[in-house]
Design a protein around this ligand. Structure first.
Ligand SMILES: Cc1ncc(COP(=O)(O)O)c(C=O)c1O
Length: 613
């Protein structure tokens, strides 16, 4: 690297990073001292000059580590990867230690400036002194602040242009806890392709969906929407975006689940809006698994068809979570949705204590520094500048932390729910008068796509069941339903640890005319069940006791028609064993993890050892 290249790299640390005339590291250090009015010949000036010069040099050295890592990481042996990792971890501690060492003289100078009692109270304790050690916190730090301390004018100017990420300006734009969650969800969702994706977090799932639609939709565009989207999304689209005096979006409701059905539907929509599409765009918004029945759509197939004709695909994957389905981990990018939305409020957080949401998309669509343009996509169109920081529905740090904490147990919770869903669906289906609408059942029309697409073919923990076949009166049914508490919670949400049961005809859909309810597959006795992680056998027992108490008196023998207790015990064990085997058996073998062949020798195909110089 020639001298000029070195100066260009080191300049990033200069208070005059955009206006410096320095042609060497020494000149950079001298400029820095002059910028802050320090006499280079004084003892203080000499020490500061040395420290600054070494820091500029350190920046070059760390850049070299970055470059070498990028060039060699793929071919490194596992041993070298772990050695490199721990060496970098220790270096981080060393750099933090240097920063912490600086705090004592820094604080002493600050204290010496406080001549009057109480003159600094409004600033509270100057935060830099104490915050350095927060770097060593074992969980992400909850950064509860609206504002941040500036380094200097040129750095903050860069921050306003989106060119300086260490330097946050205002929590509505960026907040460290929020960013930590964004990085975690991208890693979980996109796996090996994480480097290509970015996420923005919002204060609720609906805020995330509103931001996404506001970013993507143009006035008069056509939007294909899968039929069974969450009710709030239906309202947002129908009552806001589709209104002529708003964005005049032409909504086309897709009823199917397969790629073939989508192809036919998309072509018919294109035909219908032929004239409009000469000037406007068409996009696709789908939810899978969808509310209230939990059916899945063929996401890869639908994306491929939409992308063939350049239509963007937005997917609400809340009910799947990245444990059940990883649509961004398709090797063929054409099969991946362009955007994924989650309501963190549900399984990702899991506790039911927080509302939050996220949009994940390719990096260049989510953020670019001011003035940049990638893939013909200008910075001003990116979600960050176009809607995120302007609308201000960002996620604050406490809630971001709640979600991060919840995500740690996601995999175990989902596995538990898969077991419960399979057992409970089969228990309900064993009764001749019940109609169970759950793709967990092998003979369900949606089971084939579920089997092909979801991890291990696992079902979604949301389904419906109706008792129309039993011919119950409204009064008898309502008494039965009301007595399902406390084992089943009468609440409206989904994706929590407690099992939630809701009767759409009597609650969420009660304002629909009876005919409309029937069209949507909602009968008086339809119950939506969002399985929790509870002990499913206790749920089954409560359900049977409730049936005995309120249904048997009007329909003698009703509760006897379910599978027997002994059969349920056996079913439970079978399902538990199968799901655990699928889960624990799917990880890499020790042989693979150790990079060995069948004889226990180092596999010749594993990456060549790269010895550190
Ligand atoms: C599938 C789905 N998407 C989005 C939302 C909206 O999320 P939030 O309640 O966090 O605004 C919900 C809420 O129930 C949902 O079920």
């Amino acid at each position: 690297m020639d001298n000029q290249q070195q100066v260009d790299q080191a300049k990033l640390l200069s208070p005059k990073r955009n206006t410096s005339n320095a042609s060497s590291i020494e000149e950079l250090a001298a400029e820095q001292l002059a910028h802050f009015g320090i006499d280079q010949q004084s003892d203080y000036g000499k020490a500061l000059f040395q420290a600054a010069s070494h820091l500029y040099q350190t920046q070059l050295d760390v850049n070299a580590i970055w470059r070498i890592t990028g060039d060699t990481l793929e071919g490194l042996s596992k041993e070298n990867k772990l050695a490199y990792f721990n060496a970098k971890k220790f270096l981080s501690f060393q750099i933090a230690k240097v920063l912490d060492t600086l705090q004592n003289p820094f604080r002493a100078t600050y204290q010496s400036m406080n001549s009057q009692n109480g003159s600094q109270i409004s600033k509270s304790h100057y935060p830099l002194f104490d915050n350095v050690t927060a770097l060593f916190s074992a969980t992400p730090v909850i950064v509860r602040t609206a504002t941040y301390v500036y380094a200097c004018t040129e750095w903050v100017d860069d921050a306003f242009q989106g060119k300086e990420f260490t330097h946050q300006i205002y929590s509505r734009l960026l907040n460290p806890t929020n960013i930590s969650l964004a990085n975690a969800i991208v890693d979980l969702e996109a796996g090996p392709y994480s480097a290509d994706y970015l996420a923005w977090n919002f204060n609720s799932g609906m805020a995330a969906i509103d931001a996404l639609l506001s970013n993507v939709l143009g006035h008069g565009d056509v939007l294909i929407v899968s039929r069974n989207v969450y009710g709030g999304v239906y309202q947002l689209l129908h009552d806001y975006f589709a209104r002529q005096n708003r964005l005049d979006i032409q909504l086309e409701w897709f009823d199917g689940y397969s790629a073939d059905e989508f192809e036919i539907f998309m072509q018919s929509v294109k035909q219908k809006h032929k004239a409009r599409l000469e000037e406007h765009a068409m996009h696709v918004y789908i939810e899978s698994p969808c509310n209230p029945h939990g059916y899945v759509l063929d996401i890869a197939g639908i994306c491929e068809i939409a992308h063939r004709e350049d239509h963007l695909v937005m997917l609400d994957a809340t009910l799947a979570t990245p444990v059940l389905h990883q649509p961004l981990q398709q090797a063929d990018k054409a099969k991946r949705p362009d955007y994924i939305v989650h309501s963190y409020t549900k399984d990702l957080c899991g506790s039911g204590a927080t509302t939050a949401g996220v949009v994940i998309g390719e990096g260049y669509r989510m953020f670019q520094a001011k003035g940049d343009c990638v893939n013909g996509y200008d910075w001003s169109r990116t979600m960050f500048w176009d809607v995120y920081y302007i609308k201000g529905a960002f996620l604050d740090s406490e809630k971001a932390f709640d979600v991060l904490n919840g995500m740690k147990t996601l995999e175990q919770r989902i596995m538990n729910k898969v077991i419960n869903t399979q057992v409970f669906s089969r228990f309900l289906a064993s009764h001749p008068a019940l109609n169970v609408n759950s793709h967990a059942l092998a003979d369900h029309p949606n089971a084939a796509i579920r089997e092909k697409q979801m991890r291990h073919g696992w079902p979604c923990a949301l389904f419906t069941v109706d008792m129309e076949g039993a011919g119950l009166t409204r009064d008898a049914f309502v008494r039965f339903f009301d007595a399902l508490e406390p084992a089943f919670s009468h609440q409206v949400s989904i994706g929590q640890n407690n099992t939630i049961i809701l009767c759409p005809a009597l609650t969420s859909h009660s304002e629909m005319a009876k005919k409309e309810q029937e069209k949507a597959g909602i009968h008086l006795t339809t119950m939506r069940i969002a399985m929790g992680t509870d002990n499913v056998k206790e749920l089954l027992a409560h359900f049977l006791h409730t049936a005995k108490l309120h249904i048997d008196p009007v329909l003698p023998g009703f509760s006897q028609q379910f599978m027997s207790g002994a059969e349920l015990d056996e079913l439970y064990m079978q399902v538990c064993m199968k799901v655990c085997q699928q889960h624990y058996g799917s990880g890499a073998s020790m042989q693979t993890l150790l990079g060995q062949n069948a004889e226990g020798e180092l596999n010749p195909d594993s990456p060549k050892e790269l010895v550190e110089a």
